[in-house]
Write a protein that binds this ligand. Structure first.
Ligand SMILES: *[C@@H]1O[C@H](CO)[C@@H](O)[C@H](O)[C@H]1NC(C)=O
Ligand SMILES: *[C@@H]1O[C@H](CO)[C@@H](O)[C@H](O)[C@H]1NC(C)=O
Ligand SMILES: *[C@@H]1O[C@H](CO)[C@@H](O)[C@H](O)[C@H]1NC(C)=O
Length: 185
């Protein structure tokens, strides 16, 4: 008798769990429909051709983490890699951050930037230096969670890709970024 009751109880729990899961997933993809965050890497104007520049520098930068969603975004610790023509020239640590719904955070961080590797690259010397302009690419994979109603947490991965062009005449830096959100349900 007791065993039978237990079975019924487990069965009802399982069905209840499945229904709640389906409703949760339906809600996530209909009502809340999380869209891609808006992440932009800003490098301040910097003179990469200064005669007294070291081969390795700490380049300050700001990462804007914009969340257009009705849910919060929790980003875990991650890294962004800065590449010059397929060679890694910089590593940017990005700490753990919670971005509230429909808001943006400016996160101050830095790149461990290998100017030496950039300037040594033959492409830099031959193609970019005469035009006084070069392009970097930053790539990040940021694991985290989408949090809806402070209750439902869905594991996610945000990939971010920026094209960063540097004008060495004006030292002006311009970033053009795209992010993609992937959720694991
Ligand atoms: C610059 O940093 C890179 C990577 O961290 C390291 O391998 C290299 O030895 C450093 N070079 C100098 C001159 O400090
Ligand atoms: C973040 O910084 C950028 C660039 O400096 C600025 O345009 C933007 O208004 C800032 N946003 C917030 C939320 O502070
Ligand atoms: C770089 O900056 C200089 C000085 O402000 C400007 O004259 C030039 O047009 C810029 N170059 C590019 C490719 O934007």
């Amino acid at each position: 008798m007791a065993k039978k009751n237990l079975k019924v109880c487990l069965g009802v729990s399982a069905i209840f769990f499945i229904i709640v899961s389906i409703i949760t997933i339906a809600l996530i993809f209909t009502v809340f429909k999380p869209t891609d965050p808006n992440i932009v890497v800003h490098i301040a104007p910097y003179n990469f051709l200064s005669p007294d520049i070291a081969p390795n520098i700490t380049l300050p930068l700001v990462v804007t983490m914009g969340n257009p969603n009705f849910g919060s975004f929790k980003f875990n610790n991650g890294f962004s890699y800065i590449l010059y023509r397929e060679t890694i020239v910089g590593i940017v640590p990005i700490g753990s951050h919670l971005v509230p719904p429909r808001s943006a955070l400016n996160v101050s961080t830095h790149a461990n930037f290998m100017v030496g590797k950039l300037i040594e690259n033959p492409n830099f010397l031959i193609q970019d230096l005469p035009g006084m302009k070069f392009t970097l690419v930053s790539k990040a994979e940021l694991p985290g969670k989408v949090i809806i109603l402070k209750l439902i947490k869905v594991k996610s991965m945000v990939t971010n890709l920026c094209e960063i062009s540097v004008n060495m005449t004006s030292n002006h830096v311009e970033s053009n970024c795209q992010s993609k959100l992937k959720m694991f349900t």
